[in-house]
Design a protein around this ligand. Structure first.
Ligand code: SAM
Length: 271
């Protein structure tokens, strides 16, 4: 299982649902009473679900360290468990949802089938299309290098990290009905005045630490020589970012598309 640091999740989710909650409309949050957030990480989505509904929200993750952070930061109940074998009886929740979980699983279908088992009504997934990310930057080399890194990462990663809109097919294959999808573009802008997280991100570029987050996948796709050359170019680019930040000239815009897919558990009873 790929592990994520609490810091990485905070940084990448910052502001994610702050003013774009319309994309969650198909979840009918007003009428939910028990919600399960699977692969909750630090609980970034769980908090939104609790804010937007009167439901009891339960957080599940396979990583106990992240779960502890989720409990501290959201105050919601946590349960350790695997997405493909959830420790709940059939029909325990009326919405079972995940965010950026299926892209990390070797068998996303097995997880969706399990979601449908423990849900009496809706199943939902908020999944990124990592092949369709766009980056614009005042450091032009950053745009080129991010594209190179993304292509190598997509070639080296062992799960389908560009699931995006194909989640709908998986839902239908699992017998879910009334499947609907809404795309939500998560735009992250770095611009002056910079905050502490922006300065840390720039320092991580200059030191190569940001690239090292994905070293395993990159090394799978690249020769040692190419990886080392990429790392040198990446760090030089990071130094340019730091220099532009010092002059308050740096601006970067990244757009990560997420698809919010919702399906209904079909009733098998015959009237
Ligand atoms: C990219 S993170 C997303 C976290 C959170 N949903 C968010 O969007 O901020 C993926 C999460 O799925 C968890 N995870 C990975 N495989 C899992 C599995 N088989 N069962 C439960 N959780 C899993 C990881 O520990 C991690 O917290």
């Amino acid at each position: 299982m790929r592990r994520f640091s609490a810091e990485y999740l905070r940084r990448t989710r910052e502001g994610m649902w702050a003013d774009s909650r319309a994309a969650l409309a198909n979840l009918d949050l007003d009428s939910r009473s028990r919600i399960l957030d699977v692969g909750c990480g630090t609980g970034e989505l769980s908090r939104v679900l609790a804010d937007e509904s009167d439901a009891d929200v339960v957080c599940v993750d396979a990583d106990r360290d992240l779960l502890r952070v989720a409990r501290e930061e959201t105050g919601l109940p946590i349960v350790a468990g695997d997405a493909t074998g959830l420790p709940f009886a059939d029909d325990t929740f009326d919405l079972v949802i995940c965010q950026a979980l299926l892209v990390n699983l070797p068998d996303p279908t097995a997880a969706v089938e399990e979601f449908a088992r423990v849900s009496s009504d809706l199943v939902a997934a908020v999944e990124p299309d990592n092949a369709d990310v766009s980056v614009d930057s005042t450091v032009s080399e950053e745009v080129t290098l991010e594209r190179r890194v993304r292509e190598a990462y997509l070639a080296g990663v062992e799960t389908d990290v560009a699931l995006g809109e194909t989640v709908g097919e998986t839902f239908r294959d699992c017998g879910l009905a009334d499947v609907r999808s809404r795309r939500y573009d998560h735009e992250k802008v770095v611009d002056a005045p910079y905050d502490e997280a922006d300065l840390q991100d720039a320092a991580r570029k200059a030191s190569g630490a940001g690239l090292a987050d994905h070293e395993t996948e990159l090394r799978r796709a690249l020769s040692t020589e190419t990886y080392d050359e990429l790392r040198r170019a990446w760090r030089a680019m990071g130094r340019d970012v730091v220099a532009q930040i010092q002059e308050e000239e740096y601006r970067r815009v990244e757009v990560v598309p997420f698809d919010v897919t919702v399906g209904r558990v079909s009733s098998t009873s015959v009237e």
